[in-house]
Design a binder for this molecule. Structure first.
Ligand code: C5P
Length: 334
């Protein structure tokens, strides 16, 4: 082969390799990185435009698979009673009646009908969605609130849930002054102002009869102990804790510990189901291990821990786990 011909072939071979190499480089640098670029851009826009289950910084109902919380949390059970969900399965009714068994209970269906002629039959608080950020404070009665100065933090929540005796007057700096919901049962009932929702935890059919009576005729004065005959409360704001939800709390969250959940634990689970962010105050012992109430001078008074029906330690541990799982924020007081 002549020299010029050889040069021509070499140039052609070089050209061929150069074209192959640049094509390869192009396909690598342009095609693949572009995939990464688009993927990244999509992810960014996704995060930017996608809306979480609520409008708060953190949402309780954040979807999760197989977590400790997800295994227990069941949003299909409504925490508050309506005419419709008041129909209980035999199993639930038997469990509920066993809590504080009555010798001659009235007909449950008839009592529920009477009840909803006095109080509203509404589905409330089930409006969770990307637009809603409902913050709630659940305020237990622990002596650890004394000197805590949590008052302003408590009052800044949308909903402030207190329970049983829970006085605020004279304790505002530590416990706040607002109450939007007051959880009670006949034997712990107190008067409320017109703006507060009374949340009744019924333990027996007589409790449902009692609330009707206490808001109207005042004829029921005794359950297993004497109870207040009349109560000051706005009957258009009375809510009833659902017995089916009560059983769910006991079985799913306490796994059968104690005879039944305490008012505090029931209130906490109510908040977890109707709020997007929950702050918890006034639960557990104080710094010296005392379990008294914040209004009691006697630090050795046992409060709920020594009632014998609740497993205070188990409840407290579940509450701590909820905090560890970032589902609630715990304020431990002093
Ligand atoms: O004593 P009482 O039942 O009125 O208190 C309300 C709730 O506050 C209790 O059911 C319990 O959950 C919580 N509590 C607590 N530690 C205390 C006192 C009350 O956790 N020392």
């Amino acid at each position: 082969m002549s020299l010029p011909k050889r040069r021509k072939v070499r140039t052609l071979v070089l050209l061929f390799f150069a074209i192959t190499f640049t094509t390869f480089l192009f396909s690598y640098t342009l095609r693949d990185p572009s995939i990464y670029f688009f993927k990244y851009a999509f992810r960014l826009s996704d995060n930017f435009f996608s809306r979480g289950p609520c409008a708060c910084r953190r949402c309780i109902a954040e979807p999760e698979d197989e977590s400790w919380f997800a295994e227990r949390f069941n949003q299909s059970i409504h925490p508050l009673m309506t005419r419709e969900n008041s129909v209980l399965s035999d199993d639930t009714f038997r469990w509920w009646q066993w809590l504080q068994s009555e010798r001659q209970p009235a007909n449950f269906t008839e009592v529920v009908e009477e009840l909803f002629q006095v109080i509203p039959d509404e589905v409330l608080y089930m409006d969770a969605g990307p637009e809603r950020c409902r913050t709630c404070a659940v305020v237990g009665n622990s002596g650890n609130l004394k000197g805590s100065r949590y008052g302003a933090a408590i009052d800044s929540s949308d909903l402030v849930i207190r329970m049983n005796q829970a006085p605020t007057s004279g304790f505002e700096e530590d416990v706040g002054a607002r109450t939007t919901h007051h959880v009670m049962y006949p034997e712990s009932a107190i008067d409320l102002d017109n703006a507060t929702s009374l949340v009744l935890i019924p333990f027996k059919t007589l409790d449902l009869q009692w609330i009707v009576s206490a808001l109207t005729t005042g004829t029921i004065t005794q359950t297993y102990i004497p109870v207040t005959a009349r109560i000051k409360a706005n009957k258009d704001k009375v809510l009833i804790y659902s017995p089916a939800f009560f059983k769910y709390v006991y079985e799913s969250w306490l796994e059968g510990h104690g005879r039944y959940p305490s008012t505090g634990f029931l209130s906490l689970l109510l908040a977890i189901h109707i709020c997007d962010e929950v702050s918890v105050f006034g639960f557990g012992a104080d710094q010296y291990g005392n379990w008294h109430h914040y209004w009691e001078e006697n630090h050795l008074a046992g409060a709920f821990r020594h009632t014998g029906v609740h497993d205070g330690d188990y409840e407290y541990n579940v509450t701590l786990l909820l905090a560890d799982n970032n589902k609630i924020q715990m304020f431990k007081g002093r």
